[in-house]
Design a protein around this ligand. Sequence first.
Ligand code: 5RP
Length: 223
Amino acid sequence: MELKKIAGYAAAERVKDGNVVGLGTGSTTHYFIERLGERIKEEKMDILGIPTSYQSFLLAKDSGIIITTLDEHYIDIAVDGADEVDNDFNLIKGGGAAHTLEKIVDESAEKFVVIVDDSKLVDALGEFPVPLEVIPQACRTVSDHIKAFNGIPSLRMAERKDGPVITDNGNFVIDVKFETINDPAALEKELNSIPGVVENGIFAGIVDEVIVGTPEGVKILKK
Ligand code: 5RP
């Protein structure tokens, strides 16, 4: 947790007075949002936040961050976590099932900063299964498509609720394990072309900067 915290806190220093900020989802962005809220109070900053989930919406509210929407404002900087980051800054996201709105927010930002602990850095994506947000009625048909290109689909089940995880948008999540992912950008497009897939958790080619929490301190990776 300490490594996530130092990455999240370092990212909060990237925000400038007047910024509209995309607020990612997960335990690492929890620290970012918490520290951003503190800065807003301490420095009387004029900041608007655009959440990527109910989790970040509620946390932003508790942290005193004024919320706005994508309809009303453009995003200066988005800060979000990731489940895997490869050497070209391609990501797998969606461990928290929030990747659809995360992708909309993160991709639209002027600058997209990823915050992770060093366990998330990988040479090639794919150890972590790729989450697909799927229209519930398309569960079987999407799974059949996935098997046809050698993925192993698994419907994500909820904890402390019977049955499957239901996303913030009312859909299911299918996690797909691939043997290898050689071309993340191509796979991202292919998965989204399956009828019933709302969005997948590969984020190829949209990251500007990665802030990594390591035992030696914060490391900044830039392209
Ligand atoms: C949620 C996400 C998260 O950003 C990702 O799962 C990383 O989470 P954490 O910071 O808790 O490790 O994509 O959908």
